[in-house]
Write a protein that binds this ligand. Sequence first.
Ligand SMILES: C[S@@+](CC[C@H](N)C(=O)[O-])C[C@H]1O[C@@H](n2cnc3c(N)ncnc32)[C@H](O)[C@@H]1O
Length: 297
Amino acid sequence: MVLRSPGGAARCRAAGAVNAGHGLTAPALPPWREAGNRRRSGRRRPTFARVDDAEFLDPRLVAVYDAQNRWSRDDDFFSCVVGPPGARVLDLGCGTGRLTLGLAAAGHTVTGVDPAPASLAAARAKPGAEAVTWVDGTSALLPTDAFDVVVMTSHVAQFLLDDDAWAAVLADLARALVPGGRLTFDSRDPAARAWERWPTERSELVPLPDGTAVHTWTVVTGVDGGADGAVVGFDNGYRFTDGTELVSSGRLRFRTEQELRTSLAAAGFAVEELYGGWAREPVGAGDGELLVVVRRG
Ligand SMILES: C[S@@+](CC[C@H](N)C(=O)[O-])C[C@H]1O[C@@H](n2cnc3c(N)ncnc32)[C@H](O)[C@@H]1O
């Protein structure tokens, strides 16, 4: 993976102009339910395994995640929020460490925390990983008054489904930050109803480092709620060149701006910035995101 180091003031001003650079777009593929082999009798013989959160737990799917998620304008945005070198930064839900390693390379003292061992193993194997403190776990393990900035990127916040779990993470982060420390994260705005576009947007042919490619697609399996807040279930399907088919199931919580503001205030955070897009557009006018920068009181 080629890491572009996080930029200085010029890149921070031009954050919206950086190419996202996600994989190749392939023709729409049939969902995994249609993709199983057929026996001569005509009955389907499924060739897939369906596992909750396999995209972060299965080393083969972790490699696909890495191939699909290169350094992008999201990383530029968060790097700019973190600011000049020398900060003590926590990357909660660091995954395979793309931003974690970029922040370390930029001169920050970085800790990456994630509960998915395969993702963390991929991060630890990357160049520069020795500069980062990697922790296999969740926010419950964090020390007190230890970080200047916390980042939670690529919608980690949406994996906290219920209100109690989300409140517990916010309380952990408030404790782990120094007084006046900042937390920044992204959460998709339910008003944009992104899940309605996933079946077409997420059908991709993804090149892998070994020269093969994998077809990936997403099927939305359920929507509880809507523009006023939702929990969305989905299956990510994968078909490898060798014929292996895997399915990773997950659920994501889409909190409204007001739900985020209320939960952050309850945890003692003051909202400093809240945008709707990576170029710092107002909520509702950007990329269907809620990009949050808050400060511990
Ligand atoms: C979409 S990935 C984002 C990874 C990384 N931040 C990035 O930008 O690529 C979501 C990550 O959140 C992690 N995660 C899920 N539940 C979590 C929790 N309760 N605490 C911390 N991380 C969690 C997953 O293991 C996964 O690595």
